[in-house]
Write a protein that binds this ligand. Structure first.
Ligand SMILES: Cc1cc2nc3c(=O)[nH]c(=O)nc-3n(C[C@H](O)[C@H](O)[C@H](O)COP(=O)(O)OP(=O)(O)OC[C@H]3O[C@@H](n4cnc5c(N)ncnc54)[C@H](O)[C@@H]3O)c2cc1C
Length: 458
């Protein structure tokens, strides 16, 4: 019997693992382990947890619909796996690869559990569009790409030749096994899973292609237009595969700009694997010049800068924020307010319905001028001019800040007199502080207390 553990692959179509399992022609036990270390500490009632659990609930329905069984178990993945392989005749554990430090450590332990019992452990790639080793061979490189543009050029050439289209597996060929009630009771969930009312991702994809793709390049940053796909949470929970999404726009010339965004996704996943310090930049630089004085005001949308407050309201209420507003709010927090990026990163982790560790960290590193292809430390976005440029009629501000709706023209975008920070002065100060921070790059990780470690995220 094969033990298959779902992770960020909450779907039944285009599943490399299913293709693998059906080829083995043995029964398989399908589980999702709700790990308190990931979904605990109240996250199950926040946007990011709710979205994930809804998608999970949908997955259970999809299994049932096809006459298959998926078991949701709650607890430590190592302990549960250990228990399952003792109770059932498991010959092999199969998972899709995951790249965060927590997942790598967990999978290392799972591999050891398997090895102790002479069970094979198979981990198959699924999340990125490209196979990194193959990509490096194709590009004739041994070192990683550090800058997006050359990466993208090669990525495009590689995809033109080697794109692996979605795999079709007849799920009826799977012979899923049911667990005993004793095991189910032992690992039952301590909370109710929210209902499965999520958008069907393939329908959303088609709607986007029909309605918004043509104007995507022009309007993607004009956040009041809502002209982007909103597929990020489906991509990150794995409700739809990146291959299915890419295949749908493969031959559409007007999709170039959108495919480029999918390449950004791959670039961050790639960095998270290739950059040895991707998850530990906070230990490479001395961030002790930063502080958390204004963090609360930022997170609650009480800064007195309209675009920041409107964006944080949208995030807190809906769990979504358009890319341009993620950049503006993140840069404002890290630069104008001089807060460590990790505070904002941890906040987005809880609030974003499309949260992904690598993509979120990539975005925060970019805004705080750390990481491979980061924004130069002296180029600091001005939230007022950004707001005037990308929301010229103030529609977004009026929607989210109705108390300002009476203001006209440029006045709507201006900071309140009691704003928590002066944009000009704080910009100049941030340039000085970040110039200093970037000079502190250490070849060895810092071991002192210069960084608030409790904000590091999984
Ligand atoms: C500080 C910060 C934090 C972020 N955190 C996350 C996160 O946790 N999860 C997440 O999915 N995205 C994150 N992003 C990237 C981006 O903002 C979202 O992917 C995008 O807004 C999702 O909306 P969409 O699906 O309509 O995107 P579209 O514009 O329709 O793009 C299609 C897909 O391309 C990918 N993509 C688009 N923009 C980017 C980008 N800048 N970087 C990487 N991939 C991109 C996403 O998978 C997206 O769904 C972050 C960006 C910043 C600046």
């Amino acid at each position: 019997m094969i033990l298959f553990i779902h992770r960020k692959d909450l779907r039944i179509q285009d599943m490399p693992a299913f293709e693998y399992i059906t080829q083995r022609e043995v029964p398989s036990l399908h589980t999702f382990i709700v790990d308190p270390a990931i979904i605990g500490q109240g996250r199950h009632v926040e946007h990011s947890g709710i979205q994930f659990l809804r998608t999970l609930s949908k997955l259970v329905e999809l299994y049932k619909h096809d006459g298959l069984t998926l078991h949701l178990l709650y607890g430590d993945p190592i302990e549960i796996t250990h228990d399952l392989v003792q109770r059932y005749p498991v010959q092999e554990i199969v998972v899709h690869e995951d790249y965060t430090p927590y997942s790598r450590e967990r999978d290392g332990k799972l591999e050891r559990v398997a090895a102790q019992r002479n069970i094979s452990f198979t981990s198959l790639p699924d999340q990125p569009l490209i196979d990194w080793e193959d990509f490096h061979r194709f590009a004739e490189r041994t070192d990683a790409y550090k800058v997006f543009t050359p990466f993208y050029r090669k990525w495009k050439a590689y995809m033109d030749l080697f794109f692996q289209p979605p795999v079709f597996t007849d799920v009826n060929e799977l012979q899923t096994v049911a667990l005993d009630s004793e095991v189910l009771d032992k690992y039952s969930l301590p909370f109710l899973i929210p209902n499965s009312s999520i958008d069907e991702p393939s329908v959303r994809l088609q709607d986007f292609i029909e309605d918004d793709l043509d104007s995507y390049e022009r309007y993607r940053d004009y956040y009041s237009e809502e002209g982007t796909s909103h597929l990020s949470s489906a991509l990150n929970t794995g409700a739809i595969s990146s291959r299915e999404v890419y295949a749908a726009v493969l031959h559409l010339p007007q999709a170039e700009s959108w495919r480029r965004q999918l390449a950004w996704r791959d670039f961050y996943l790639y960095q998270s694997h290739q950059d040895p310090v991707f998850y530990s930049y906070e230990n490479r630089f001395d961030l002790s010049a930063l502080n958390d004085f204004h963090f609360e005001a930022w997170s609650q949308g009480n800064t007195g800068i309209p675009v920041i407050d409107a964006a944080m309201r949208q995030l807190n209420q809906t769990g979504y924020l358009p890319n341009r507003l993620r950049m503006i709010t993140a840069m404002f927090l890290t630069k104008n307010l001089l807060c460590p990026f990790s505070l904002g990163e941890a906040y987005f982790r809880i609030k974003l319905a499309d949260y992904d560790h690598a993509l979120n960290r990539g975005g925060w590193l970019w805004c705080s001028s750390l990481g491979y292809d980061a924004s130069p430390y002296f180029r600091i976005m001005n939230p007022v001019t950004q707001s005037q440029k990308f929301d010229p009629h103030g529609r977004y501000l009026r929607d989210w800040l109705p108390e300002l709706a009476h203001l006209e023209g440029k006045a709507l975008h201006q900071p309140h007199p009691q704003a928590i920070v002066d944009l000009k002065g704080s910009r100049l100060q941030a340039i000085e502080v970040y110039r200093g921070i970037l000079q502190t790059s250490k070849s060895q990780p810092l071991t002192d207390n210069s960084f608030p470690r409790h904000h590091q995220v999984k």
